[in-house]
Design a protein around this ligand. Structure first.
Ligand code: FAD
Ligand code: NAI
Length: 476
């Protein structure tokens, strides 16, 4: 039952918002979480991540990987199969049921913790007074003004749209549309070789699409360490992703049921035709309907809610977290910020360590990193030493048929302190956590050299990489 007054109101029920609401209830605050999303006809918690982001994309990555592996990798193990086919409708059904189960699970968690989920739009009317005012507009249009001592803004983000390729939901789609193709398009164009382009491009390539990925920047995966980006680019191209860097899309038009894409490659105009086109050129903070005029919240030039290192806005008692604020747009970052904000409100000294937020791209193999790249470390004035190890010399990776990729560590040559760990290879998304823990505990390279890694594991490559930083690798 909705109350008129709460200790804390969270606006947005994505990973940032729902975790904040649960933590607040655990700490004894009376809490409401306002979430407006309707997913496939039902009100849904879990935000972008659970409904149209992390989880459905990983479900499709897994299905498509199994399909590809069954077709191409089993024979060398001596396993024969009959004809292998993919039923895309069934694959989408599986994805939808995973999403449904998880979002229902979040609703259960809120209920179990005594958080009121208010289904509709939340708008901050007044954040300046000690008693904050939030307007709640239910899906049936009923408006109620709620007061709260504290407010957490967690409205997330939406895809960036570009005028040269306006989405129409059918032929030209954003990431949400790309999770719903009823069959693998014969020819698939992708604008943006970022995280979504690589993940969803991989899904449909594995299922049979010819995929061309257009990237405006001259370098592939400029956010990653150069060596890792180079190796990842090589592997993904070998798999068949046609990644074209330094290519600007100047137009996309639907003609006779096909998408005609015009590009500019170093001054030369080209056209190509696709069955579908995915636009994934980044996301932007979403604050439409969230902030009433005069509510007092400051935004940055880029439309993010301005916050300090503890997610406090310019107004006392109002916090903002997740994709709505500076920093990487990642679910785990949003979750930790939500917990930090609530614990700060509770008077604790919680702090997210922004230097150890992990990035993972869930291609196969995965690409993952934490801490500084070699280039960033040099730019910050470190005298750098690096160590690396190719997974082609790791017994376990070879035994699993995954002896490709590389792991690299970046360290300060003077102090021996580990600064970053970067990997493209089997299980990179899990192995990178070793780097995160090491960075959190301010490990030296020697600390890691002195540890005993189990044999045979892919993790041994971490050991070899740190040994190699001092010219001591055994298997290189
Ligand atoms: P969101 O998840 O966007 O949630 C905000 C919620 O607030 C939304 O549900 C919205 O409906 C609601 N809302 C907004 N305004 C209002 C309002 N005024 N009133 C009521 N409700 C409102 N990140 C990862 O870490 N790992 C991944 O593997 C990953 N994969 C992704 C794959 C795709 C295809 C996409 C698109 C994103 C992916 N992300 C991934 C990013 C991740 O989804 C976001 O970083 C994360 O969801 C941000 O969480 P959030 O709580 O800040 O916002
Ligand atoms: P992105 O920022 O990862 O990549 C966008 C790419 O598009 C960049 O390489 C950029 O240079 C390029 N680009 C921009 N404008 C362009 C143009 N006009 N033409 C051609 N290329 C252009 O953004 P993406 O892939 O849309 O993902 C959005 C966000 O969602 C990510 O930044 C990430 O935070 C989150 N996400 C995270 C995932 C994960 O953690 N595994 C998975 C998917 C999304």
């Amino acid at each position: 039952m909705m109350k008129n007054s709460y200790d804390l109101v969270v606006i947005g029920g994505g990973p940032g918002g729902y975790e904040a609401a649960i933590r607040a209830a655990q700490l004894g605050f009376s809490t409401a979480c306002i979430e407006k999303r309707i997913h496939k006809g039902e009100p849904a918690l879990g935000g972008t991540c659970l409904n149209v982001g992390c989880i459905p994309s990983k479900a499709l990555l897994d299905s498509s990987h199994r399909y590809e592996a069954t077709r191409h990798e089993l024979a060398e193990h001596g396993i024969t199969t009959g004809d292998v086919a993919i039923d895309v409708a069934k694959m989408l059904e599986r994805k939808d049921s995973i999403v449904k189960g998880l979002t229902a699970g979040v609703a259960g968690l809120l209920k179990g913790n005594g958080v009121d989920w208010l289904q509709g739009v939340g708008t901050l009317l007044d954040g300046k007074s000690a008693e904050k005012q939030v307007k709640f507009t239910a899906h049936d249009g009923t408006e109620t003004t709620i007061t709260a001592k504290y407010v957490i803004l967690a409205a997330g983000s939406v895809p960036i749209e570009i005028p040269v390729a306006k989405t129409d939901g059918e032929f030209i789609v954003d990431s949400t549309g790309a999770l719903e193709f009823s069959e693998a398009p014969k020819r698939l164009g992708v604008i943006g070789a970022g995280v979504i382009g690589l993940e969803l491009g991989s899904v449909w390539r594995r299922l049979g699409s010819e995929v061309v990925v257009y990237e405006a920047m001259p370098e592939f995966l400029a956010v990653a360490d150069k060596d890792i980006a180079k190796e990842a680019g090589k592997l993904l191209k070998k798999q068949g992703l046609d990644i074209r860097v330094d290519t600007k899309v100047t137009g996309a038009e639907v003609v006779g049921g096909e998408v005609v894409v015009t590009t500019d490659v170093k001054g030369e105009t080209k056209t190509e035709t696709f069955d579908k086109l995915i636009v994934c050129v980044g996301r932007r903070a979403y604050s439409e309907g969230l902030l009433a005029d005069g509510c007092g919240i400051e935004l940055t030039e880029r439309g993010l809610v301005a916050v300090d290192d503890q997610c406090k806005t310019n107004l006392d008692g109002v916090y903002a977290i997740g994709d709505l604020v500076r920093g990487p747009m990642l679910a785990h970052k949003a979750m930790e910020e939500g917990m930090m904000a609530v614990e700060r409100i509770h008077g604790e000294k919680a702090q997210v360590n922004y230097d150890t937020i992990i990035s993972v791209i869930y291609t196969h193999p995965e690409i993952a990193w934490v801490g500084l790249t070699e280039e960033q470390a040099r730019a910050r004035g470190h005298e750098v030493k690096t160590g690396s190890f190719n997974l082609s010399a790791n017994g376990r990776a070879l035994a699993q048929g995954e002896g490709v990729g590389v792991i690299k560590v970046v360290a300060d040559a003077k102090t021996d302190r580990l600064l970053g760990l970067h990997m493209v290879g089997a299980g990179a998304g899990d192995i990178v956590h070793q780097g995160m823990i090491a960075l959190e505990f301010v490990s030296s390279v020697e600390d890691l050299q002195l540890m005993t890694f189990a044999h045979p594991t892919v993790s041994e490559a971490v050991h070899e990489a740190v040994l190699s930083a001092d010219g001591r690798a055994i298997h290189a």
